[in-house]
Design a protein around this ligand. Structure first.
Ligand SMILES: [Zn+2]
Ligand SMILES: [Zn+2]
Ligand SMILES: [Zn+2]
Length: 147
């Protein structure tokens, strides 16, 4: 167990949940596939190779719980697909996602880039911004050239 696992363990423990083998298996799959934004079905496919006894319903329920506890972060795509990645606990805001409307590619944006907008909002609305989920829709490098 590395230190990032200890963080997730702590999160679960604080909320009164145990770090069960199922939860560990799912956290491992998501952490091993960084940047891939796996869907519930994709996570299930990988998890069941190692834990054949685990059903899709368990994976589904576990992901919802981990999402609530901010162990994982969900990304809702307009095709009805929910994708997951590990929640970032570095104190930084969630990265932005670029979503290709043609091929469905999900690209991560490095850097927040919203500092100015956030400052403005906090002043104008007397609102403390803790995080954000920003999605940009468009065409990726490959698809742009096809249109
Ligand atoms: Zn931000
Ligand atoms: Zn594309
Ligand atoms: Zn991401």
């Amino acid at each position: 167990m590395n230190s990032s696992h200890d963080n997730y363990k702590k999160k679960l423990k604080e909320a009164g949940y145990k770090l069960t083998p199922q939860r560990i298996a799912i956290i491992n799959v998501i952490s091993e596939n960084k940047g891939k934004h796996l869907s519930t079905e994709e996570i299930y496919d990988i998890v069941k190779q190692r834990n054949p006894e685990m059903g899709l319903a368990t994976v589904y329920r576990t992901l919802q719980l981990l999402d609530e506890l901010e162990v994982v972060s969900s990304l809702n795509l307009e095709d009805g697909c929910v994708r997951y990645e590990l929640y970032c606990h570095t104190g930084e805001h969630n990265h932005h996602h670029l979503i290709c409307s043609n091929c469905g590619a999900v690209i991560e944006v490095e850097g927040d880039l919203l500092e100015e907008l956030e400052k403005k909002i906090e002043m104008e609305y007397d609102f403390k911004i803790m995080d954000h989920k920003v999605k940009f829709y468009g065409l990726c490098r490959n698809c742009k050239n096809l249109v």
